[in-house]
Each structure stands twice: as C-alpha cells, then as structure tokens.
Ligand binder design. Sequence first.
Ligand code: NAD
Length: 306
Amino acid sequence: MFGKKKVGGGCCSAVAEVKRILTEEFIVMADTSKMMAVGIVGYGHLGQYLVERIQREGEAAGLRLAFVWNRNTERLKGSVPEELFLGQLSQFTERGADVIVEVCHPQIVKDFGAQFLSSAHFMVGSPSALSDPLLNKQLRQAAVHHGRTLYVPSGALWGGQDIQRLNDSGTLKALSIRMSKHPSCFRLSGDLLSDWKEGEGRRVLFKGSVAELCPLAPNNVNTMAAAAIAADSLGFMGVTGEIVSDTALSQYHVVEVEVTGANGFSVTTVRRNPAQLGAVTGTATYNSFWSSLLVCKGHGGRVYLC
Ligand SMILES: NC(=O)c1ccc[n+]([C@@H]2O[C@H](COP(=O)([O-])OP(=O)(O)OC[C@H]3O[C@@H](n4cnc5c(N)ncnc54)[C@H](O)[C@@H]3O)[C@@H](O)[C@H]2O)c1
C-alpha cells in the first residue's frame, strides 16, 4: 500500500514516511482510548444537540460517541455514522460507554437506569422519573453498589449545588419552585390546560408537592425534580412545585426558586430562560446540558448534581 505512494528521496524517505504515518495513527489511537465514550439514549431535541456537539467539539473536550440509540433508527440516518447506531438498547454493554446520557423519556430511566449504572456512569436527563420512591432508591443503591455516579443535570435550575450543600449541612428547611411559561410550552397529562386563549394572562395550574406534580407534567418538571434530588432531606414530597400558564411569556420561561434555611436564612432567584413559543425546553438549557456532560468524569458511587 505504501509502496505505491510517491515519496520523494528514495527508500530511506519512504521508510521514514511509513514510520511517521504509523506514529500518527498510534497517537490518534492512544488519544481516542483516553477519551470518555458517551452513549446517547434518545434522539429528540436534546439528543440531536448533544450528538452534534460531540461530533463538532468532542475531540477538544475529550469526548467521543460510543453509540446513539433511538426507538426509531431511521431518524439517525444521514446525521450519525452507521457504526454508532445501537439497534437494541439492551445491547448497550457491547459498546463500552463510560457515561450513558438519557435524553428520552422517564420510562427508559425506569427500565434501564439500574442496568446502565452496572457498567457506566449515568446522566439522567429525565430526573422526574425519580419521583417514584422505589426507582429513586433502586438507582441510588445501584450507584453505590457499582461505584458509578448517577449524574443529575441542573438544567434550568439555578443554585442546585448550593441547595445540595444546605441540604447536606442539615439546615435546609423549605424549598419551592415556580415555573411560569406560555401555555403552548406545557405538555400536561389530564385536562389541567385543555382550554386556553391567547391574551388570557396568568393562570396557576397546580401548586403542591413535586411528587404529585411529576406525573401531571412529566416533561415540564425536570428542573423541580433536580431540585428535589438536591434537597434529599425534603424529598419529592417535601418540595413545593407550582406551574403557571402565562400568555405574556411568549419569549422566555421563568423559573423562581425560594430556599429557606435556619435562623431566617433565605435565597430567592428568578431565572429568565429564553424560549420560543411551543418550546418545552429553553435555549439556555441546551448549553447547560453540555456543561453538565463535561462534568461526568466519575465522582464515585453516589448522586451528583452537575
Ligand atoms: N433535566 C432537564 O432540565 C430537562 C430539560 C429538557 C428536557 N428534559 C427531558 O429530557 C428528555 C428529552 O427531552 P427532549 O427535549 O429532547 O424531548 P424530545 O421530545 O425532543 O425527544 C424525546 C425522544 O425520545 C423518544 N421517546 C419518547 N418517549 C419514548 C419512550 N417511551 N420510549 C422510547 N423513546 C421515547 C422520542 O421519540 C424522541 O426521539 C425528556 O424526558 C424531557 O422531559 C429534561
């Protein structure tokens, strides 16, 4: 193969050229082996964003794709190299992922979360799944048992690690989160918002525990779920969640977090997350997911907010 290549300077140069190519290939192989191999589960908005960004910036960030799974493989064609398609999710172990990222649906967390943790770190994009106390316990135990980290991306939550610190110091007394969005941005089960008219203004759709809210709005409460995981001492039952429909919010979602500690300590934050009409996920949340993924390098057998 190399003999046919035209290399100036005769046989010594040809040998040097072969050595150079082999060395370069070896360096590439060695670098690839040091990179974190990422398995992406789900190829919707977040999955496509992460896959594209890993393809574009992964090498510099020390990340490479191990596999991409979507329930409909057709959607991967043309954007993802075929050798990275994973046909059956149950065969994920064959691809040797270091970290598996779920950006799909809470059901997949339930069906595969513990299995993922048996061989890789697991970043759970749909943390609302952990409102199920049994699954919550099962995943925490799997993380400890296998020495793998269950990563919870902070998403649109501001100050998650501060909440976790307050929780760990035993001084977190109360936590409430209000999410206000244009009605087209909600995906609710039941008839919480079956009728709405442009210009109708503000309407409180639900206020209660995050545990009760998760099944009603599984796609809209991930931020609250991340907060409830950080505030482990209060749990999903003890953290208050409120969702508000507001037709005036045509350009952004608003996330308000109110934290109460001991001796009159309190923090209130208001985050405006730019979002188009109908978008469940604010644009800043995509970047936030990427930053979270960069953190997933292994933090031992525990839950880690990233
Ligand atoms: N943690 C956060 O802050 C945060 C922010 C945004 C979205 N999310 C969650 O991340 C997940 C992905 O979000 P997205 O915006 O990419 O959603 P999306 O709807 O664009 O994509 C979801 C993908 O999963 C597939 N899917 C849906 N239900 C499935 C099921 N039961 N089994 C297998 N595949 C299924 C869909 O076909 C689609 O390809 C959702 O669960 C969403 O609630 C979390």
